[in-house]
Design a protein around this ligand. Sequence first.
Ligand code: DON
Length: 626
Amino acid sequence: MTIALRDLGAPAEIDAIDPLAHPLQAYIDELHERHLACREGQVADYIPQLGRADPDWFGIAIATADGHVYLTGDADVPFSIQSISKPFVYGLALEDHGLDEVSRYVGVEPSGEAFNSISLDPVTGRPSNPMINAGAIASAGLVEADNPTDRINRILDMFARFVGHDVAIDGDVYRSESDTGFRNRAIANLLRNFEILQGDPDEVLDVYFQQCAILTSCRDLAVMGATLAAGGVCPITSERAISERTVRHMLSLMATCGMYDYAGEWVFRVGMPAKSGVAGGVLGVLPGQLGVAVFSPPLDAKGNSVRGIRVFNDLAAMLGLHMFHRTDPSHTFIRNRYSGRNVRSRRQRNSVQTQTLDRLGEKVGVWELQGYLPVYGAELVIRDVLANSRDMTHVVFDLRRITGVQQSSAMMLARFAVDATEHGRAIVFAHAEPHAAMTQAIDAAFGSLPQRPARVCADTDAAIEWCEDRLLDESLCQRPVSLASIEQFDLLNALTAEELDVMRDLLEERYAAPGEYLMRQGDEPDGVYFLVSGTASVLLEGDRPIRVATCSPVITVGEMSLLERRPRSATVRADDPMHYLVLTLDSFDRLRAEHTEIALKVMENVGRDLSTKLRQANTQIEALSD
Ligand code: DON
């Protein structure tokens, strides 16, 4: 399953039947549970039809800039969009006339006043901004159209582009507001007086009432947010809903005026451009990353959904979603992914173990990550793992090439590791140590558990080795070796019982203390070593010594000396107390003279071993090359 970098496009869909869930789903489920019992706030009833809403309705949705949607609670319950329509209709007016022309009729200054304030410039009559009703009605009047029907149809078409499907108007809500909206009627007439509106103010007001009654849902709002997050292209249809420049203007106004007289506090605490509506919806956008929507009808005194504000506050704190949080322009977080079948650890294995790993290596997956990992990076990485690790029991996150990790991303990865462990999938973090946020998150996530099932390995090789050992343990491939069971050495394959007895007589027992050299690079060779217990490192000495392999029982070292009596090509040093058997070159010469057929079998085994190693090296080079 090795995938070249160029093939790593958008991650595949997560298999719906995988019991292992994405932490983002768990986060919103938890927030839903946490705030469900909240009884504060009042359902808006100044539009009589809105007063019929069920105060218990509560949904949360997150849509990523690449179109993946996470939902919880009443995320598909339809409700009227209300004021959340305002930045979108303003955007349409900007598309029609450009910023300079629109600014003659509507300003961009936060008024710090309530949504229905009559905040008009005393001389020009220009509303402070398009988020208060006065500015929104003026914006509706600026949408280019021959007649009111055309105008609302253009608005509906635009919403359809944002959301990826046709949208409808709730007739009851529209009529209810139209019958009772005396204050808005007064505002429209004032705007007409100052010639901010041209023509019949009632006609424009009618369009405004209809735009407020457009039906939406948490899911749809989150997708609209994701469209803004993606620079104006709907991630569901890949269709452009609005120009990138207009998106920037819309988001600026949502950031400064979207939450009315709560805007300052909102930007400070939550830090996402947002817009609320009196039906109970709140939409937040994290540019480049996500759209978030909450729906819960009870409102606070400022006209914002109580649960909505709470969920956004918690979510922002949990995920560090603030727009001023550092981000990286790189969107490629997964540099490469490959399986343990193609890339092996440097631990030398005998043929039985090698064959076992040929068979089971697909159960290990390595994800090489890169760049700075913000929340949406972690979200995407986990989604990719979920989509591609169904048959794996081990997943390695190779963090060598990441430049940093946002604390909330680290927490999300650590939480994923806990969940994965509970579902029988071991997660191993390689090269995590330089990233304190990552190691702290792992400690915090696993702290209360009796043992730490997610491993933090110094490097990817150690991580893969750990996974391989577990696979071999599970398949009972790691049997202890002794003089009595030397048939386990690949070099003695196909020898009969009598031939093995001949070999036993020739093998000399030796021991090495930790740190002691079994052989040094450049030494004259004295024979081949059969490791019985303990581990040794194979090192290439030079200005910067490198470990090229780790050897443990049933592995032989120095077998090339049987082929060519040239100086040793590498150093072998004991990592812990070692017991090994040596077939000296003198003994091998005797074997050749007295038991030619045994010597021939040994040489065939050496040849086979070298050819296996060469093939494995080729597969590995292919898997790791970009
Ligand atoms: O103008 C009105 O009264 C409504 N149709 C929209 C108000 C609204 O949603 C205010 N937002 N919190």
